[in-house]
Design a protein around this ligand. Structure first.
Ligand code: NDP
Length: 450
């Protein structure tokens, strides 16, 4: 037994912190988790879950449009925003309750309040100091807004966007990353006039360039008003109406302005600098492959380390940490070939290398691509096309990347991600018989490289 009160104090009861804490406790460790909000963290309370619920609801308007082609007519449904937010919040309450039960049932003590690290083995919470052999930082990230006149004063972040009392009539979204394009789909789907303002020439930096172009076309076709290659110069106005001046001189008016300009690790005033924990310039905690910081007894997992900022990655890091240090099963989270989805409209999903990334390694990859109108759209009349791409190593035939924009892309790519993780070759894809008629079967029927 160590001389500390506890084996582990985790700061942050989000996806990563809860997983690490309860697995460690399951291995027999004495664990406490510190949380100033209710358990759940970004994903459950302010991110993935409420966002996806709003996405589900927003999709119905396009379904109603598509239904007309299938003989449904006189469809003019009204939407009750207040009901939606209330129902969504009820579901979040249920999930936060499940998180609380998971923690309690695992025998983990919850310390309510803000945790501050006061030494390599000590954490202060609500005026009381607790000691542990190890401290695990899992406090996540928080929306960041650039320093632009009027932006911080007038713009909301994704936190507030998930809980607006009224549906905006006209919304300006700033940025074109995951959050920006997902909320563009949400607000547009519920009928708001939606502007997307971004400094790049295409949205979704980092994704395959063809997907980015295809998405911009599809979003515009669905009614999102795109303002590429520009930025916000100034926001003025009052609670009801805002004026947004863009750097290209355009002036937009909107009742809601949303900044989706990235997230920063929440490391400020945690006491970490004082105990010598090394940080990146953006405030992310520097860690090694075992999630250990520069202070040997302090570890960090999830978005606060700014490795791959996705919930399942954070959970994998937390689980590996707990197994390694409390379960006598040393292992590391594997950050290779992690699939990620954008729940935009239409959705996008990617795993592995983009065509550009493959070229950057010096190879000339084989590229198999299909762009087609999904079967449903032949009757619905929707012009939107789906896009699928496979990036293949020309020497080994190994499939290096798979990319899709189109209905159900995240559901489809999850299966493809297993094949890629397992090292499947293009010949393995070719040997797989398709499921007909689906869009997914294109992934096993593309025969001719470009
Ligand atoms: P992203 O990093 O994805 O996008 C940030 C956007 O803000 C980019 O378009 C970027 O432009 C723009 N931006 C940043 N700084 C400025 C600036 N000073 N002026 C103008 N534009 C700026 O961040 P998000 O906030 O969308 O999401 C944060 C992270 O959360 C994601 O990276 C992802 O890891 C995670 N996430 C995952 C989701 C999922 O899995 N479905 C959903 C939501 C979030 P540019 O591209 O030109 O740099």
């Amino acid at each position: 037994m160590s001389s500390y009160e506890l084996d582990l104090i985790t700061i942050g009861a989000g996806s990563a912190g809860v997983r690490a804490s309860r697995i460690a406790a399951g291995h027999g460790a004495r664990v406490a988790v510190v949380e100033e909000d209710r358990p759940g963290g970004t994903c459950v309370l302010r991110g993935c879950v409420p966002k996806k619920l709003l996405v589900y609801g927003a999709q119905f308007s396009a379904e109603v449009e598509d239904a007309v082609g299938f003989g449904w007519d006189d469809l003019d449904p009204a939407h009750n925003w207040g009901d939606l937010i209330a129902t969504k919040n009820k579901e979040l309450d249920r999930l936060a309750g499940i998180y609380t039960n998971l923690i309690n049932n695992a025998g983990v003590t919850v310390l309510e309040g803000r945790g501050v690290v006061t030494g390599p083995h000590s954490v202060e919470v609500a005026g009381q100091t607790y000691t542990a052999e190890r401290i695990l930082i899992a406090v996540g990230g928080w929306p960041y807004m650039p320093d632009i006149p009027g932006l911080a004063e007038h713009a909301i972040s994704s936190n507030e966007a998930l809980d607006l009392p009224h549906r905006p009539d006209e919304v300006v979204i700033f940025g074109s990353g995951y959050i920006a394009v997902e909320f563009a789909g949400i607000f547009n789907g519920y009928g708001a006039t939606t502007h997307l303002v971004y400094r790049a020439d295409e949205p979704l930096r980092g994704f395959d360039s063809e997907l980015r172009t295809a998405f911009a076309e599809a979003a515009a076709e669905r009614g999102v008003i795109l303002h590429p290659s520009t930025s916000i110069a100034e926001v003025t106005g009052d609670d009801d109406q805002k004026q947004v001046t863009l750097t290209d001189g355009t002036i937009l008016t909107a009742d809601v302005v949303m900044a989706a300009t990235g997230r920063k690790p929440m490391t400020a005033s945690l006491g970490l600098e004082d105990v010598g924990v090394a940080m990146q310039p953006n405030g992310a905690i520097k860690v090694d492959a075992d999630s250990q910081t520069s202070v040997p007894s302090i570890y960090a997992i999830g978005d606060v380390t700014d490795r791959i900022n996705l919930t399942p990655v954070a959970i994998a890091e937390g689980h590996a940490f707990a197994d390694t240090f409390y379960g006598n099963m040393p292992r590391r989270a594997d950050h290779s070939n992690v699939a990620s989805a954008v729940f935009s409209m239409p959705p996008i999903c990617s795993v592995g290398m983009s065509e550009d990334e493959a070229r950057d390694t010096g190879m000339t990859p084989k590229v198999f691509a299909a762009s087609f109108r999904a079967m449903k759209n032949t009757i619905s009349g929707r012009a939107e096309k789906s896009l699928m791409k496979l990036i293949v190593d020309p020497d080994t035939d190994v499939v290096l990347g798979a990319h899709m924009m189109g209905p159900d892309a995240p559901e489809i790519i999850q299966g493809i991600a297993i094949a890629i993780k397992a090292g499947a070759t293009k010949a393995d894809f070719d040997a797989t018989i398709g499921i007909h008629p689906t869009a997914a079967e294109e992934f096993v029927t593309m025969r001719t490289p470009r």
